[in-house]
Design a binder for this molecule. Structure first.
Ligand SMILES: Cc1cc2nc3c(=O)[nH]c(=O)nc-3n(C[C@H](O)[C@H](O)[C@H](O)COP(=O)(O)OP(=O)(O)OC[C@H]3O[C@@H](n4cnc5c(N)ncnc54)[C@H](O)[C@@H]3O)c2cc1C
Length: 334
């Protein structure tokens, strides 16, 4: 049995910890509850079609399969539900996007994720403005990240595998494997901050909303109960730690122009920092010179979809010395 210290209990550290525990490894997770974490504001959307061209990203089906088994396994053993399928309507911004959709519905791979078309007339009856209509995204899911992390922490505390506080090194950890899952705070970690990270701050609003559909035109509206919804988000690479801003708020209302939300009461306004990378792939693996120091980071805007899948690769590397795929391997920057 190996012994690992995981630094950071955002989605990356939490998922990795349970994957290691499931493989009978000894794990301690440490978290400093630091401000601006991404998982603290994430709405946990798993969207199998991304970007303006609505393409399925690399390995999406593998990611969905691992998610299904990993999150449902946790739900069963922790006695709480947090991962559910959702009906996500993609509002087309242009006529061109609408035509992409018709082509994709006939494609053997993209067709798995592209569902029925809903016309502008049908949406109008719900008060939604979608002049080019929408397409139903199949196989979309949502993770209640806050509940997942709460239950994860409870579980870790119950087996004496939890430590509160910021990592500061020390003699005790010399022989342990230390896996850094610090999110964007990796920029303060001298072992790994030379890597090409590209953090981006994002804001989210929680508002009163009676619109019961999950919709997105790039900017999403995701109901959290019958009365409230999350809407977002924004991208800012400059001011990472400034917190919520008035500019961010108006940008979100402006982007969600498919529904009149601007007069809805604002219940909460959050800001967090995604740990992105310049080549948009995660960075995982071992430090090139210092043994037993590992990185599991760089999940950008899609951590909910990809972290369980990549955690399997990381665990296979840590326990069975299996090579990590080149596209995400830290060694690609050697
Ligand atoms: C506005 C917004 C909306 C998002 N929505 C989605 C979405 O819908 N779907 C999706 O897939 N992704 C979404 N994301 C991205 C998602 O949040 C991230 O991919 C994921 O949460 C990253 O998790 P992480 O564990 O790597 O980092 P983080 O969540 O940032 O966690 C890092 C943790 O490490 C701790 N830490 C850092 N340094 C130390 C230290 N030295 N010692 C101890 N503890 C430390 C921090 O306290 C923190 O808890 C969103 C992000 C933002 C900002």
């Amino acid at each position: 049995m190996n012994e690992f210290l995981i630094v950071g209990h955002g989605l990356a550290g939490a998922v990795l910890a349970h994957q290691l525990l499931n493989r009978d490894q000894k794990v301690t997770v440490m978290d400093g509850n630091l401000a601006h974490s991404a998982s603290g504001v994430s709405v946990g959307l798993v969207n199998p079609l991304i970007g303006p061209k609505l393409n399925p990203p690399e390995k999406i089906q593998e990611c969905l399969d691992v998610n299904e088994s990993f999150y449902h396994n946790c739900e069963q053993s922790w006695g709480k539900l947090f991962y559910k399928p959702i009906s996500l309507h993609r509002i087309f911004k242009t006529k061109k996007q609408q035509s992409f959709w018709s082509v994709k519905r006939r494609d053997s791979i993209a067709g798995l994720y592209t569902g029925k078309f809903i016309s502008s007339v049908d949406w109008k009856t719900k008060g939604l403005h979608a002049p080019h209509g929408s397409g139903l995204t199949k196989n979309a899911y949502q993770l209640d990240v806050t509940t997942f992390l709460e239950k994860s922490r409870e579980k870790l505390q119950s087996i004496d595998a939890w430590e509160s506080g910021s990592f500061s090194g020390g003699e005790g950890i010399k022989k342990m494997g230390v896996i850094f899952c610090e999110g964007f705070r990796v920029i303060e970690n001298p072992l790994f901050n030379h890597l090409p990270f590209a953090p981006a701050r994002g804001e989210v609003l929680r508002i009163e909303s009676k619109l019961e559909d999950s919709v997105s035109n790039g900017a999403w509206h995701l109901p959290c109960n019958e009365e409230e919804a999350f809407i977002g988000s924004t991208w800012d690479h400059q001011e990472l730690m400034c917190g919520p801003t008035e500019i961010g708020k108006s940008e979100i209302f402006k982007s969600c122009n498919y529904y009149d939300l601007s007069r809805q009461p604002l219940l909460d306004h959050l800001s967090g920092v995604r740990s992105g990378t310049k080549d948009r792939n995660p960075i995982i693996g071992e430090h090139p010179k210092i043994a037993n120091r590992y990185l599991f980071n760089g999940f950008g805007s899609r951590g909910t979809s990809t972290i369980p899948y990549h955690s399997c690769k990381m665990v296979d590397f840590l326990i069975n010395q299996k090579t990590i795929p080149k596209a995400v391997n830290l060694a690609r920057f050697d």
